[in-house]
Design a protein around this ligand. Structure first.
Ligand code: 76R
Length: 247
């Protein structure tokens, strides 16, 4: 058996995708809409305190294209906390004007292919990556992925050395995008239908395209990467919310 890579887990994650039922939203009275918007803003305002007290982080974005309209990404210390924030939204009046397209459950993951530390949990940089404040960039990109298990292209049959070599090359490409893209890798083996969720944050959507494309030529993605649906969106702040929802 090949040696399993050791992983560190941080906060649990939920990506929650909703489509707005514009017909029923339009059929509501102005007062009902106003109340729903205020309640939704209160829900989102609460996130600053959560982040401040290091109890998690949440962000909202609007999705471009048909796959959803609005999406939330939540990070919380426990799976129960994740369920609570999911449920809290479900109980808002605004949620009743939405249908759920997709969701993704995972946990922030760092693998140790590159680490040399004996006790990485003591490293503040590692802590910051396991328990991150979600970046406030203008754009977000999300997709789930697997590493292939097929014939000669079975990632899980490779030796640790082979995998480490490929992950080093992967990390080098990633690092050349430092300052332009922040990536959060969340592991979902045992939690959801793919092995990882990839969430990228940037102020320039073209950077997502360039980064993902460049990685396609790198062995680990070229040979072993299998990808789900890509979702791209724009950050939804409380300031933008009333305008986005106004008719
Ligand atoms: O953690 C580190 O910085 C060390 C290097 C590193 C690891 C171990 C790293 C760096 N990644 C790691 C693990 Mn990554 N990453 C992806 C995708 O579209 C594609 O082809 C793949 C999707 C992107 C865009 C990306 C970006 N990475 C992983 C894993 C887990 C693998 C495993 O355990 O087998 C996956 C699935 C994955 C996928 N990666 C980076 C980036 C970027 C931008 C970096 C540099 C991060 C930085 O140094 O700030």
């Amino acid at each position: 058996m090949s040696e399993a890579v050791h992983t560190l887990e941080g906060w649990f994650a939920l990506h929650d995708f909703r489509t707005i039922d514009w017909t029923s939203w339009g059929a509501a009275t102005e007062a009902e809409r106003q109340e729903a918007i205020e309640e939704l803003m209160a829900f989102m305002n609460n996130w600053a305190d959560i982040e401040e007290s290091k109890q998690g982080s949440s962000t909202a974005f609007t999705v471009v294209g048909h796959k959803a309209d609005i999406a939330f990404m939540h990070l919380r210390p426990t799976l129960e906390d994740i369920e609570e924030v999911e449920n809290e939204f479900n109980k808002t009046a605004f949620a009743s004007y939405t249908v759920r397209d997709y969701s993704y459950v995972s946990v922030v993951e760092l693998s140790s292919y590159m680490s040399k530390e004996a006790d990485p949990m003591q490293d503040p940089a590692i802590q910051a990556r396991l328990y991150p404040a979600l970046p406030k960039t203008k754009h977000v990109c999300f997709y789930p992925m697997n590493k292939k298990r097929e014939g000669n292209d079975n990632w899980y049959m490779l030796s640790m050395e082979e995998r480490r070599g490929m992950m080093r090359s992967h990390g080098m490409i990633g690092r050349s995008y430092a300052g332009r893209v922040t990536q959060i890798i969340t592991g979902s083996v045992g939690f959801d239908d793919w092995e990882w969720g990839v969430t990228l944050f940037s102020d320039d959507p073209i950077t997502f395209k360039k980064l993902v494309y460049e990685m396609r030529f790198d062995e680990v993605s070229a040979r072993f990467g299998e990808f789900g649906s890509f979702i791209i969106g724009n950050r939804l702040t409380n300031e933008r919310l009333p305008e986005y929802l106004s008719l």
